[in-house]
Design a protein around this ligand. Structure first.
Ligand code: BGC
Length: 869
């Protein structure tokens, strides 16, 4: 394996399309982290973003008009090219404020656009003083099951002439709410998982059309959920509370100007007796159709506590897709296995024949055993089983409410004798945080496309209100290490700006007194401190900033970053971490330890240096130079100590085992002097060769392997590793049938069967971190940290290599950007789309010259001196 960059690219042709039509108004108006006309909005001092029409090259000035309650804040004409995250300069909004806003701009020629269409938002309830409601739950003794479901109801009368009605609702636990027999909203597992003792998110609904003159009725059910249900580490009871509770406030405005308010209070009735006798995230749901909801009594009422109540600042979980059964088998008599063809997260929708009094059991599996039966060992303690007991003989349609499963296969047993299953009996319902899909990656390589699909499914399955490690076993936690490695890739696939920013609140809320970040967030374990995991606190804000330009995420988290650096400092002597709790380079292949071979103090020092540098960068971005200087100095000291202790001055590791990861982190985190980096990367190449051309990196090293080799000129080796078919590699899992990312490269293999069931998730996004390199280098579309949020794009496609085509497309804050190339013979066609109001720098392989691109579509013919495969 040698360094190979022999390709010379010649640009033969370039065409740029752009003709400005300045009169066209701005479009796609959004507030703060990309919300379109939100209701129940959370941000009292929002930012404003808009897109310019394609054809307009540049904005030179804008004017914003923001009107609420008859008062207008007019920015006046502001000479600026800023069209994203423009700060609001008026007085902060208050609860329930209804706001209208519009924008116009001037283009490069100074021509004024027309006003945009008017966009709106309405504030949610921002303070506790807004609430008259109280927490309610059934008052009877809790039934003798670990995770029961509560039912609550209230009828109320309204006169005619409802003009507007807003419903503010949340739960400690999960709520499902119906008003006059119709589900309110389309959300599931609401209100999601926050650090409940610190803050609780509110959902807001416009229910004007759901109300009627005369009697109206609320009917709610509550699951224990993350609040009161079993979670890893707490087997017998909830971490936050014992029983689920509801908080609700309906505010009605009538045509005559009068108002009516219905709240959760002692006017409600509650019971534990209903058809769902048990529902647990891990274990599944038990439904008995013979049990009517009954035994209503007055509810137990509790005052609000100190937890902050605030509108949910990101999208809730919704049903986003239905997956049809592909195949049915009967590996054991009476047990029918429905194969959905795709590992997914959500639940089953059943349409099946049932017999009165009989129970149908529904089990789930991500994989099948050799004999076609369900492989469930990897669920560990999670029973992940639903049951339905029928009241009458006939056909039922049913799906659960407060549980979810990670599965590809659904097994039904207990069906009526002789029933012949058909494919429409089972449909997979995909559930996850409903974020807009903004990215596309495709190439000429089928397996690479499958990898991209696996990454996307891994992200969908594990973005379930929080970023989880896995969706199926008795874990499903917000593991910080997994999250930080996957964050950049996630931002290409979906618009995760608000999602990550919101999750950072849990990091701040639950940061440990010694400055360490807990292993999982919200903190369900009470431990933290592992290098590469705690650094979610620095890496994620920085990565989100680079991809959105949102400085606020740095401002909100800089104190947390500083405390984290304090934690590292407390673990170190003269810049060198001496002893630290660590998961290590988790799951490094062939290592006898799950923590891998790279020692904890080395990892600790490396991430200490990296996090200190990111803290300095964040401080510098915020204009806090003193702080930035302080952390730069600290990062320098750590790097110096790292290099002196772990390197011999010639780019060779010392005082530690020779691991790919140790070298990679030293280079990627800039911990060794530049003149040692070439020798260090040659060591990586040597170690890859010694591993017969394979990676030997775990969770922490893998994200840097290919990018470091690529950056230092080893493009062929980078491609080799990406397209490797044998273990351990991305394609190896695909060759074993993967439709999602796996926790281990060999979670299953045709030759050896299943890996150790103790740690064997078939839906773990961590190794999906490679997606970033596929977008940024294979196709060639990357952000520029110096002009974040895609104000400037770096287009550097790696055309030199075995693929014949690749394409990335991304809906940036400025509009659609793309880079697509196709090879034929000894040349390649490259098309680059640069969004309005941005610029791009294009660098072609082998070319030492870059060129600047303006907004528009540009086409190039690139002369290659060797053809692609
Ligand atoms: C999780 C991981 C996590 C790890 C910590 C596991 O159980 O599934 O993904 O990062 O523990 O070492």
């Amino acid at each position: 394996m040698t360094k190979l960059t022999s390709l010379i690219a010649t640009i033969i042709l370039t065409a740029s399309l752009s003709s400005a039509t300045a009169a066209e108004p701005a479009h796609s108006l959004t507030v703060s982290e990309g919300f379109t006309n939100p209701l129940g909005f959370y941000d009292a001092s929002p930012t404003f973003s808009w897109k310019l029409p394609v054809g307009v090259e540049r904005q030179t000035a804008y004017q914003l008009e923001v009107t609420s309650d008859g008062e207008t804040w007019d920015s006046g004409w502001v000479e600026s090219d800023q069209s994203t995250l423009v700060p609001y300069g008026g007085k902060p909004f208050e609860s329930r404020d209804e706001v209208e806003w519009r924008v116009r701009y001037r283009d490069a020629a100074g021509d004024e656009s027309r006003w945009s269409e008017v966009a709106t938002f309405e504030m949610g309830l921002l303070s506790k003083e807004d609430w008259q409601a109280k927490w309610i739950r059934p008052s009877q003794d809790k039934p003798d099951v670990r995770e029961p479901v509560a039912w609550l109801q209230r009828s109320f009368d309204l006169p005619a002439g409802v003009k507007q009605a807003r419903l503010y609702v949340t739960a400690r636990g999960m709520f499902d709410l119906a008003l006059n027999g119709k589900k309110v909203g389309q959300e599931y597992f609401a209100n999601g998982w926050t650090s409940y003792n610190n803050r609780i998110d509110i959902l807001t609904y416009d229910v004007t059309d759901q109300l009627a003159k005369g009697e109206n009725k609320f009917a709610a059910s509550l699951g224990c959920g993350w609040y009161a249900g079993q979670l890893m580490g707490k087997k017998d009871r909830g971490i936050y509370g014992q029983l689920p509770e509801l908080l609700l406030q309906l505010e009605v405005t009538l045509e005559d100007g009068s108002t009516a308010t219905i709240v959760s209070d002692d006017q409600w009735q509650g019971t534990w007796h209903g058809p769902i006798t048990f529902s647990s995230i891990y274990d599944g749901e038990i439904y008995d159709a013979r049990r009517e909801v009954s035994g209503w009594e007055q509810v137990a009422v509790e005052d609000l506590n100190d937890a902050k109540l605030a509108p949910k600042p990101f999208a809730p979980v919704r049903q986003t897709e239905l997956v049809a059964t592909q195949k049915i088998t009967e590996p054991e008599p009476g047990r029918f296995v429905f194969d959905l063809g795709q590992n997914m997260v959500g639940w089953e929708r059943l349409k099946i024949p049932v017999e009165a009094g009989k129970t149908v059991t529904v089990r789930f599996a991500e994989m099948l055993n050799q004999d076609g039966t369900m492989y469930t060992e990897n669920y560990r303690g999670a029973k992940s089983t639903d049951t339905y007991t029928a009241a009458e003989t006939g056909t039922i349609e049913w799906e659960p409410q407060f549980t979810f499963h990670g599965f590809r296969y659904v097994e039904l047993s207990g069906l009526p004798e002789g029933a012949k299953p058909s494919e429409d009996w089972v449909t997979g319902v995909v559930l996850h945080t409903d974020l807009p899909k903004i990215g596309l990656f495709a190439s000429s390589h089928d397996k690479l496309n499958q990898l991209q699909s696996n990454i996307i499914w891994g992200q969908r399955g594990n973005f379930l209100d929080i970023p989880t490690d896995c969706p199926q076993r008795d874990e499903r936690m917000g593991w910080t290490g997994d999250a930080q490695v996957f964050c950049p890739t996630s931002m290409f696939n979906y618009d995760c700006h608000a999602f990550w920013k919101a999750w950072m609140r849990s990091l701040r809320d639950d940061q440990l007194p010694n400055g360490a970040i807990p292993h999982v967030l919200p903190d369900a374990l009470g431990h933290g401190g592992s290098p590469g995991w705690v650094d979610a606190a620095t890496i994620i804000p920085w990565e989100v900033y680079v991809r959105t330009g949102d400085k606020e995420i740095l401002a909100e988290n800089i104190d947390m970053m500083e405390k984290l650096i304090g934690y590292y400092r407390s673990k170190s002597k003269d810049g060198l971490v001496t002893e630290i709790e660590a998961f290590g380079d988790w799951l490094q292949p062939y290592s006898p330890r799950t923590q891998g071979d790279t020692p904890a103090p080395l990892l600790g020092t490396a991430f200490y240096g990296h996090s200190a540098r990111l803290t300095a960068k964040a401080a510098r971005t915020l204009g806090r130079d003193d702080l930035a200087d302080k952390y730069d100095a600290e990062a320098d000291e750590v790097a110096k100590a790292f290099a002196a202790h772990y390197f011999d001055g010639k780019g060779n590791l010392q005082n530690a085992p020779q691991t790919q990861t140790a070298y990679l982190l030293a280079i990627a985190f800039d911990l060794i002097p530049d003149d040692q980096k070439q020798a260090a990367v040659e060591n990586v190449v040597r170690l890859v060769e010694e591993a017969d051309g394979h990676l030997r990196t775990g969770f922490l090293g893998t994200p840097y392997l290919i990018s470091v080799l690529d950056e230092r000129g080893y493009h062929d080796l980078a491609y080799d590793l990406l397209l490797k078919e044998t273990y351990p590699s991305w394609f190896y899992s695909i060759n074993q049938g993967a439709t999602t990312m796996w926790e281990r490269w060999n979670s299953y293999s045709h030759s050896d069967g299943f890996g150790n069931a103790g740690m064997n998730s078939f839906n773990h996004y961590a190794y999906g971190a490679i997606g970033q390199w596929m977008y940024e280098r294979v196709a060639g579309l990357a952000p520029d940290p110096a002009q974040p949020g895609y104000k400037h794009l770096i287009v550097k496609p790696l055309i030199d290599g075995p693929l014949t085509s690749a394409k990335a497309e991304l809906e940036t804050p400025f509009g659609t950007a793309s880079s697509a190339w196709t090879k034929s013979g000894d040349s390649a066609q490259l098309t680059v789309v640069v969004p309005p109001n941005t610029t791009a720098t294009l660098t072609l392989p082998g070319g030492d010259k870059s060129q600047e691109l303006k907004p528009g579509e540009h086409e190039f013919e690139v002369k290659l001196d060797k053809g692609g495969a």
